[in-house]
Write a protein that binds this ligand. Structure first.
Ligand code: AMP
Ligand code: GLY
Length: 421
């Protein structure tokens, strides 16, 4: 099988790494790729499905796996189907589970899936009334409906902050069209877990559950980021909890989407809050997480390509997904200043030395190869993953590898994985 991996982050490097080691896979191309995967010969625009189809055609890809949500929300699945090409990822309609928080909430309400009480607000006066405290108390959660690069959620602890968030979104259009409609909801209390499944429209194979670290600084302080590190398996995920999540969330999602005429095929990422009342859905994503993919994919001992190909045909019957329970900890190395402004084009050293360490994997993200050196090109530069007999061993390996990597402005958290100890 020739496989095209769409994207250029650490998640896509991990997907390409995993697929390239499989016997069913003859060649993997990653587009646009990065300094770790190598650049793609055929340039693509992630917001333009036709450029992705042209790349798959040029590479004669038997299977295309989409990393980020943008191409899915732009209908890349639908275009591939219309042209008879195999792609693993949900349709444009189904991708609304991520691209519209209002769609996801209304879907969950219709299908009895546990989630925070909410109201979809189209008008300013309605949104201001909903954040007054009368309906949901404080803190209250205010979410832009559309894709807002992870910045569309405010947890407001008082009325002034809540009103400010509503006005910034609806009047000042801080998130453009994505914030003209808001979801206001109650604040859930508990521990967050990222739950992943491979779905074929009717059934699901569960992948290891992970926990990520979204804030920029140690102790979960500072601004929200795309993710500064992750670990798996999540010690919060017991067999009983997994059974409950399958029954109360995964199965109703699959039945609901099928019943609505849009069977869900693709990775399903369920952002969960484990509350005293059980698992609640905080959000759906229609892809793998980043940096969660970098820690969960190395745990999958099964060949992924045949599973993804079968899932895209609705044919996961009798297939299994073997996985190890060995702890994996991934530390993101970022550019100084991330998630704010940062410098790019900075030379990185130590990549080969770090990658050669025992029990270490290295997945590049915001990097490009320039002549003989790899230089930074993005906010999240790479994820270094340590694996070991226990979490403390995995943490030690990840940080040992992180120490070998040097570049001006290197920024990382020093407490990734500690929650698992
Ligand atoms: P989202 O973009 O929906 O994943 O929200 C970003 C983050 O905001 C989540 O990972 C949670 O940490 C937090 N969050 C979102 N909704 C809620 C909620 N209803 N209660 C508590 N925290 C939330
Ligand atoms: N790690 C969070 C995400 O991928 O959305």
């Amino acid at each position: 099988m020739k496989v095209l991996v769409v994207g250029g982050g650490g998640r896509e490097h991990a997907l390409a790494w995993k697929l390239a080691r499989e016997s069913a896979v003859e060649k993997v191309v990653c587009a646009p790729g990065n300094g770790g995967t190598g650049p793609s010969v055929h340039p693509i625009d992630l917001s333009d499905p036709s450029s992705i189809l042209a790349c798959a055609d040029a590479e004669a890809a038997d299977l295309t796996v989409v990393g980020p949500e943008l191409p899915l929300s732009q209908g890349v699945h639908d275009l591939f189907r219309a042209n008879g090409r195999c792609l693993f990822g949900p349709s444009r309609f189904a991708a609304q589970l991520e691209s519209s928080k209002a769609f996801a909430k209304v879907f969950m309400a219709r299908h009895g899936i546990p989630t925070a009480r909410f109201r979809v607000c189209e008008r300013l006066d309605e949104a201001l009334a909903m954040v007054s405290g009368a309906e949901f108390g404080f803190p209250v959660v205010i979410k832009a409906d559309g894709l807002a690069a992870g910045k569309g959620v405010t947890i407001a602890h008082d009325l002034a902050t809540a009103q400010d968030a509503v006005k910034k979104a609806m009047l000042e259009q801080q998130f453009g069209n994505a914030g003209l409609r808001l979801v206001v909801e109650e604040c859930l209390v508990g521990e967050e877990v990222s739950f992943f499944a491979i779905c074929d429209g009717r059934q699901a194979l569960v992948l290891p559950a992970a926990q990520d670290h979204k804030r920029a600084f140690d102790g979960d302080k500072g601004p929200n980021t795309g993710g500064m590190g992750a670990f798996a398996p999540s010690p919060l995920m017991t067999a009983a909890l997994e059974t409950r999540i399958r029954r109360e969330i995964v199965e109703p999602v699959l039945e609901g989407m099928k019943g609505d005429g849009h069977p869900y095929q693709g990775f399903l990422y369920i952002g969960l809050m484990i509350t005293l009342d059980g698992p609640y859905v905080v959000e759906f994503n229609v892809r793998l997480g980043d940096p969660e993919a970098q820690v969960i994919l190395p745990m999958v001992s099964e060949e992924l390509a045949p599973l993804l190909e079968a899932a895209s045909r609705g044919a996961l019957d009798n297939m299994t997904c073997e996985q190890t329970q060995i702890p994996h900890v991934g530390v993101v190395l970022a550019s100084g200043g991330y998630p704010g402004p940062y410098q790019t084009g900075v030379a990185i050293t130590g990549i080969d030395e770090a990658a050669a360490l025992d029990g270490v994997l290295l997945f590049q993200a915001g990097t490009v190869q320039r002549d003989d050196t790899v230089v930074t090109s993005g906010g999240r530069v790479m994820t270094v993953v340590g694996r070991g007999a226990g979490f403390s061993d995995a943490i030690e390996k990840a940080y040992l590898a992180a120490d070998h990597i040097t570049y001006v402005g290197k920024q990382l958290r020093s407490d990734i994985g500690r929650k698992a100890l």
